[in-house]
Design a protein around this ligand. Structure first.
Ligand code: G3I
Length: 456
C-alpha cells in the first residue's frame, strides 16, 4: 500500500503508479481508478473521481506547508473567517478585502472550488456598529434591508463568479433549540430576514448554490426536526434554498451518534429535495481518550461520517474545519478548550496524515455502492407503478430493463455505461402513458443527477 507523505506528496509503488497512469477517461464518474478501498490516491483524487467535493478551511495565518497540503489533498476551500461580514468590514461599509482576496486567489490558482462563508450570520463576527446603525435609523427594518442588500451586493459583486456555494444564512436556529435564534436580523426584520437573504442572493448570484448552514445537528435532537420544518416551509413559500449545510462539529463532552443515525439524519434533510454538504467537520479526540488506540477509533468515526454522506446521493461534499491538529478553533473556544488538545483533524501537528485520512478516502470510494441500491429502488418503483396501472405501454418494459442493467453496471463500477442506460430509461419512461409518467421519469433523472452523469 502506498504511503502518503505530507511533504513528499504521493509515494506509490511501481505497480500502483502504473495503475494511476492508466489512460484518463472523461467524466467525473467514469474515472474511478481511485474509488476503491485502499487505492493509493489522495483524498482529492478520490473525491474528484467520485464526483464529490472534499474541502478544508483557509485562513491567513496558515504556513506555506499547510497551504501545500490544502492544494494537494482537498478540492474545495472555505474561508475560516475572512469572508464573514465583521471580518471583511469591521465597521459598516468599511471593507478591507485583502484576506478574502488572497484566499479566493488561492482557490482559483489551484483549481479548487470556493464556498462563500457566510453572508448573513447574525450572532458573531458582524461589523461592530451594525446593531447601533440599524437602531439609530428612523425605519430600522428598511435600514437593515438596505444594509443587507449593500453587503450582499459587495460580496457577490467581488467574489460571485468564483463562489460555487454561498452559506447565505448561518446558524439561524437557537443553539440547542427549535426556534429562530435571536439576532440582529431577527430583531430588525423578523423571520422574514431569511426569505429576504435568499431572495437577494438568488438575484445577485443566479448560478450559485444557496445554502442554509446549521450547527449542533450532530446527534439526534428536536433541532433536526425544527430545521426540516424551517427549510420545508421556506421552500414551500418560494424561498430559493438549494442546499442545507450540516456543520458536523463533533465537540468534546457531547455524545457521538452512530453511523446509521447520521445517515438517517442526512436522508431526513435530503428528503426535502435539497442538496446537502457537511460543511465544518471536526471530531474531537476527547471522545477516544480512554481507548487503547484513539487514532484508530477517531479514524473509524471519520469514516462513518463520510460514508453516511456518501450513502445519500444528494450529499455532495464535506469540508473539514481545519487542516492539521495544531490549528483548530476547538482548542481556543470555551468550553471546548478544556479538552485541548482536541486533535480533531486529518493531519497531525507534523503535517503527517493520521489514520483518519485513509478512512476518509476509503469512505469516499464507497460512493458507488449506494447508487446500486438506489437503482434497484427505482427499478422496483417503476414495476409497482406498472402493476398499479399508473404507467402503461411497451416502453415501460424497456425502462425497467435498462434501469436493471444500470444497477448491474453500477455494481461492476461501469459508471458511464450505467449513465447511458439511465438516459435511455428516462426516454423510455417519457414514452409511456398513464398518470405516473412524470414520477417515473423523475425518479430515473434523480438517479442520474446523483451520479452526476452530465458533469464533465
Ligand atoms: O479579529 C480578532 C483579531 O483582531 C485578534 O487579534 C485575534 C486575537 O485572538 O482575535 C481575532 O478574532 C478572532 C476571530 O476568530 C478571527 O481570528 C476571535 O477571537 C475568535 O473568536 C474567532 O473565532 C472564530 C469563530 O468562528 C467565531 O465565531 C473561529 O476562528 C472560526 O473557526 C469559527 O468558525 C465557526 C464558523 O464560522 C461557523 N460555525 C461554527 C464555527 C466554529 O465556531
Amino acid at each position: 500500500m502506498a504511503s502518503i507523505s505530507a511533504r513528499g506528496g504521493l509515494l506509490v509503488a511501481a505497480a500502483t503508479a502504473a495503475a494511476l497512469l492508466a489512460p484518463a477517461v472523461s467524466g467525473a464518474i467514469v474515472a474511478r481508478d481511485c474509488a476503491r478501498p485502499g487505492a493509493a490516491c489522495t483524498i482529492a483524487e478520490t473525491a474528484r473521481r467520485a464526483g464529490v467535493h472534499f474541502g478544508a478551511i483557509a485562513s491567513t495565518g496558515q504556513s506555506d506547508a499547510e497551504r501545500a497540503l490544502l492544494a494537494e489533498h482537498f478540492t474545495s476551500v472555505t474561508a475560516e473567517n475572512a469572508m464573514k461580514w465583521g471580518e471583511i468590514a469591521p465597521r459598516v461599509g468599511n471593507y478591507g478585502f485583502a484576506d478574502a482576496d488572497e484566499i479566493a486567489a488561492f482557490a482559483e490558482t489551484n483549481g479548487m472550488r470556493l464556498r462563500g462563508h457566510t453572508l448573513a450570520w447574525g450572532v458573531m463576527q458582524m461589523p461592530s456598529d451594525l446593531a447601533s446603525t440599524v437602531a439609530a435609523a428612523a425605519d430600522p427594518a428598511a435600514r437593515m434591508s438596505e444594509l443587507l442588500g449593500e453587503h450582499f451586493g459587495t460580496m457577490v459583486g467581488r467574489y460571485g463568479a468564483r463562489v460555487a456555494q454561498w452559506d447565505v444564512v448561518n446558524e439561524p436556529l437557537e443553539v440547542a433549540g427549535t426556534v429562530l435564534a435571536k439576532n440582529v436580523f431577527l430583531d430588525a426584520l423578523g423571520p422574514g430576514y431569511l426569505g429576504l437573504s435568499f431572495a437577494l442572493a438568488r438575484a445577485l448570484a443566479p448560478g450559485a448554490s444557496l445554502y442554509l448552514n446549521e450547527y449542533v445537528l450532530s446527534w439526534p435532537s428536536p433541532k433536526l426536526a425544527a430545521l426540516r420544518t424551517l427549510v420545508g416551509n421556506l421552500r414551500a413559500g418560494g424561498v430559493p434554498i438549494d442546499g442545507v449545510g450540516i456543520q458536523g462539529h463533533f465537540y468534546p463532552f457531547f455524545p457521538l451518534p452512530d453511523r446509521a443515525t447520521m445517515e438517517q439524519e442526512l436522508r431526513a434533510i435530503a428528503d426535502l429535495g435539497v442538496e446537502i454538504e457537511i460543511t465544518e467537520l471536526d471530531v474531537s479526540s476527547w471522545h477516544f481518550r480512554d481507548d487503547p488506540d484513539p487514532l484508530a477509533r477517531q479514524a473509524a468515526f471519520f469514516g462513518d461520517v463520510v460514508s453516511a454522506c456518501m450513502a445519500v446521493p444528494s450529499c455532495r461534499g464535506i469540508t473539514t474545519w481545519g487542516i492539521q491538529d495544531g490549528d483548530s478553533w476547538l482548542d481556543h473556544a470555551p468550553p471546548f478548550d478544556l479538552a485541548a488538545p482536541n486533535d480533531p483533524l486529518l493531519f497531525d501537528r507534523d503535517l503527517e496524515p493520521k489514520p483518519a485520512y485513509a478512512a476518509v478516502r476509503d469512505a469516499i470510494a464507497t460512493r458507488a455502492v449506494p447508487f446500486e441500491d438506489e437503482a434497484w429502488g427505482v427499478f422496483r418503483r417503476v414495476g409497482k407503478l406498472r402493476r398499479d396501472g399508473l404507467l402503461r405501454g411497451p416502453s415501460v418494459r424497456t425502462a425497467r430493463r435498462v434501469v436493471r442493467r444500470a444497477a448491474q453496471m453500477l455494481r461492476a463500477e461501469r459508471f458511464a455505461d450505467a449513465c447511458d442506460r439511465l438516459a435511455r430509461g428516462v426516454r423510455a419512461a417519457n414514452e409511456a402513458t398513464g398518470p405516473a409518467v412524470a414520477e417515473a421519469a423523475e425518479a430515473i433523472t434523480a438517479l442520474r443527477l446523483g451520479l452526476r452523469c452530465d458533469e464533465a
